[in-house]
Ligand binder design. Sequence first.
Ligand code: LLP
Length: 460
Amino acid sequence: MPLPSVWYQRIVFESVGRICFGEGIPVRPVLPIEGFSFRGGELFCESVPLSRLAEVYGTPLYVYSHAEIRRRFQELQAALSAVDHLICYAVKANGNLAVLRALFRMGAGADIVSGGELFRAVRAGVAPDRIVFAGVGKRPDEIELALKTGVRLFNVESLPEAEAIGRVAERLGVRAPVALRVNPDVDPETHAYTTTGKRGTKFGVDLDQALAAYHKMRELSGLEVRGIHAHIGSPVRSLEAYSLALDRLLGLLDRLRRDGFTIDTLNLGGGFPIRYREDEAIFTPEEYAKRLLPRIRESGCTLIVEPGRYLVGNAGVLLTEVIYRKETPEKTFLIVDAAMTELIRPALYGSFHHIYPVCELGSGEERVDVVGPVCETGDFFAKDRMLPRSQAGTLLAIFSAGAYGFVMASNYNARPRPAEVLVMDDRHYLVRERESYEDLIRGERIPEELWDDGREETER
Ligand code: LLP
């Protein structure tokens, strides 16, 4: 293939980082994604062209790179190796069974927040003693299921919840291993909707009430108090916030040990950032380790971390096709076949996601809004974005869609949820079928009497 046009370079520069060039132009790596690369002007997931996946499975389509997930997991494992640790993957980020299986096979545990996530994790073959269970509203049936499964730790978010867990455990004749989720009141400087470790949010127990809560939990015979947990937000771009939270948790740990508690686990939660855009300053796992591990090692505790986005966010793209170009006096809209129903992050948080054609176009650039077909003005992927000029039929990749993409998908506007594909080198697997119209109405029923048109008529 001839070498890239200006657009090719631009795509490389702005979106994908370590690109395989064939002919090789040295371009600064930007988004460090190895699972996706341009070759000869075409975007590949590992060894498979995305255009081929669109042909086989249709669009909109989620595509995940197994190699990218593995690289991230191994990087994090290596960075944390100085302490006894367990990476509990946050299932909420991407709960596809194949993604879960891939991570569990690499050695990950699971951070879950519901009976449903527990069910998924178990189906994907997680070791029960690698599961931690968080969430502010665990119901008795979910607690029972978790106890019967034999999870490693409950991250308890309030005293009433501790009591509920204690009651279920007593009924089952077991003791529930628990950590208290502490709200350390630090500002992760992220979106308000995903800020969780600041006073006034619904999560955890405030630091100044934590000691009393631990003493109360110790009195509950169904509980075995083992750890301290905190999750301050998502994504967290500064190490400062983690460091401050750790200081506060270690202060509490000291005090608890003086009071005779046996605490062997420190869970610092998830929130590790990824680059959605090239100018985003984020920390690396090595920097995290350098800053935090010495203090954790000194504490003698096992470290648990709960990353979701970091492991899968940049390992996924949402593939979509332009249905129409719509030109108005104000704007050019690219109307695509994906919508806020497939990826809600731009609509919900104003999040930025890179978007690029999967095949080099070479026909100039233009400023566009990329929008979906859903009947909401908030249904957009990008506004006033410079993109290569696209036509109806052009395939676009929406990047960094591996985390909080499919899992937040909905059937709004009666849109079937998309298919998901996992790529492993030159192999591609359909890991979730596209929903059908029949799937849309599964479980719905029309009461018999509503079929009686005549009666409605007379009542009127
Ligand atoms: N642990 C706990 C207790 C959490 O609540 C979360 C995320 C995580 C771990 C994983 O966070 P991560 O490492 O993936 O950042 N929908 C939002 C993110 C919500 C995160 C909620 N909790 C988004 O699309 O950005």
